[in-house]
Design a protein around this ligand. Sequence first.
Ligand code: BGP
Length: 489
Amino acid sequence: MALPDGFLWGGALAANQAEGAWKEGGRGPAVTDVNTFKPGADPKQYAIHHVNTVESIRAALADPDELTYYPKRRGIDFYHRYPEDLALFAEMGFTVLRVSIAWTRLYPTGEELEPNEEGIAFYLGLFEEMRRLGIEPLVTLAHYDPPLHLALKNNAWVDRGILPLFERFVRTCFERFGHLVTYWLSFNEIDGIIRHPFTSGGIIEEKVPPLANGESGLEQACYTALHHQFVASAAATKLLHEMFPESQMGCMLTMLTTYPNTCHPDDVAATQEKERLLYLCTDVQADGAYPRLALNLLARQGVTIPFEEGDAELLAAHPVDYISFSYYMSMTESVNPDAERTPGNTILGVKNPFLPSSEWGWQIDPVGLRISLIDLYDRYNKPLFIVENGLGMRDEVTPDGRIHDPYRIDYFRAHFEEMIRAVDEGVDLLGYTSWSPIDFISASTSQITKRYGFIHVDMDDLGNGTLERRRKDSFFWYQKVIASNGADL
Ligand code: BGP
């Protein structure tokens, strides 16, 4: 039961959820800046699933109460406080840290011809400080924050005209940061565009024209945008290998490992179909082509992929070097419409009677992590990277200023045991970054209440607090795990 020497241990952040400083340093508005959290709103509502209309977007941009109700605009002020946070990560012994680059810090509308040098300077400082501390940057190019200007203009990723704009942004990232970054990741949870079109794809539903038969064109728009992201990811991989042959480009999947609710063949068949669409995104980016069965399945749903001249050749010629994924929970699939669904705001699945759930309905399944690792490695035979895994919980600060989070230690211990078992079976795993090493704004609820960190941040859902960082009990536990390379859990 041992991990290889050189196994990378760390944590993961996203610019739109941690940086804050949404109008500083020349940054332009991103779609995540208009995600709201209204006091009293059902905290289990999927904030990223708010249907954003042009009117609500413009109102949000004009909203004088610009911070209280738009927590992603303030994040946890990582923009100013990253030296302190990086020092805490280094204290835990991190050898890797996953962060994302906000497109609109470099190109505020996405259409500028030259980058914003203040944005360049921020990320240079961040990556140089990480290197100074011996922490390898793992950099996500697109983590839920396309330019709002492109969303309002042409529904961002639905419009093929975004491709040269994104390539300009990617080329700038490689030219200006490529000497500091070895591990790149194109799109965070690229499959997520189907579940939250606005946040991942910049797709404003009311701007999507209906299909010829009058039905909603949203699903077609999502798969059109997804295809453009596949093309953009392959083009980025091609460019990276031309500029930095030793660097690595990964893709990322939301690994929603799914079990049939019963052994009834219909439940098994439904699960197989669900997994076909789940793996579509890694099939295209890791194998370089759309599987025929997935294309047929989409065609039956009325979806066609807008291939253009050269797309298929580009995808085939430039597959990714490694496959990364997020893993929080497993799902259960049933053809029975009356099957009990999981509570809360989770991606609605059938309740698994053998698994506990978090307050937000996410089913806790450490064995599912081992199943995921083996499934992915068996399917693609490429190195893997776990880039998100963690437990969102309400943490309490005791009168003596401590945060006792044994539930979080138990969660990670159980998942590390299964992760190590998978590596012992032969899975080639490059590293692990927890989600997230420090409390910050939840993507789906826009709250900080759903805390993931080994480090507590003094802030409430309305932004009140000192932003003081405090080490939780799990901070010292994770420090010990890293020091022993996973031997001492
Ligand atoms: C993943 C996202 C992360 C993070 C994580 C936790 O889907 O890639 O950005 O948000 O989910 O989810 P949440 O923040 O909604 O609790």
